[in-house]
Design a protein around this ligand. Structure first.
Ligand code: URA
Length: 245
């Protein structure tokens, strides 16, 4: 955030309407800066220091927003899509003007932790391949998941495009023979994020992921009190953890 910023930009960011609407409000004398009515919506102000009021209501300016979403199935991790509903459509009006985007992608049918922000720097840091930020998934798999799979994932497996995966930690919670009609249950920690990676890793050992949910990303854990489709802002503690992830 710059030290000084245009008044209309600050008010638009804080949800007071479009620049045109704000210009009108300013003209009508509804906006004060440090107690004085201002008439120029392009005025340069210091959002961190100046006291800005609209109709007597104090404007809380913040540049960045960080939301934890429990992504439900059926939504794509994108800001726009011509065919499918996007995760942004799950958010309330109050977040509409923040230009939020999902940090990384979960498949349309994948559930669980998705971070939404407008902080490009933090997103870049979390997604950087060099950082190897761990991501923990829970999956239900059709096929008997074995100790050999655990060792193979630890050593790296070759995906359908020839890519060799980085070491990943597989925990077998429950292995079931497919004939039983039940699914095996596992947890898998990845340190990278290739397209459809969990599904393709199981495919490489002849098994099929039928349910997938992300439980954590770096230090950020899915708040299980959030139902699919629900979201909340991150706490200070969660923010601190992410910054040092
Ligand atoms: N791996 C997958 O296969 N899908 C996801 O959505 C995330 C990781």
């Amino acid at each position: 955030m710059k030290v000084t910023e245009r008044l209309d930009k600050i008010l638009a960011h804080a949800g007071f309407g479009t620049r045109r609407e704000i210009k009108e409000q300013v003209k009508r004398g509804q906006v004060t800066v440090n107690g004085k009515i201002v008439k120029d919506s392009g005025l340069q102000v210091k959002p961190a220091l100046d006291s800005i009021l609209v109709d007597g209501e104090r404007v809380e300016y913040r540049e960045h927003v960080y939301l934890m979403l429990h992504k439900p199935p059926g939504y794509v991790s994108a800001t726009e899509d011509t065919r499918d509903r996007t995760v942004l459509e799950l958010l309330g009006e109050e977040y509409a003007h923040f230009d939020l985007f999902p940090v990384g992608r979960l498949d349309k049918d994948t559930e669980g932790l998705l971070l939404l922000t407008n902080d490009g720097k933090l997103a870049h840091q979390l997604l950087s391949p060099r950082k190897h930020v761990p991501k923990l998934y829970y999956a239900e798999v059709s096929g008997f998941v074995t100790e050999e799979d655990r060792v193979a994932f630890q050593q790296g497996v070759e995906l359908d495009d020839g890519y060799r995966t980085l070491p990943a930690e597989l925990i077998i919670e429950q292995a079931e023979q497919p004939e039983s009609g039940k699914l095996s249950r596992i947890r898998l920690t990845l340190h990278e994020g290739k397209f459809h990676q969990v599904k393709r890793m199981f495919q490489s050992v002849g098994k099929k992921v039928v349910y997938l949910k992300r439980l954590s990303m770096g230090s950020l854990e899915l708040d299980e009190s959030l139902k699919p489709g629900e979201y909340r802002e991150l706490t200070e503690l969660e923010m601190e953890g992410l910054r040092t992830s």
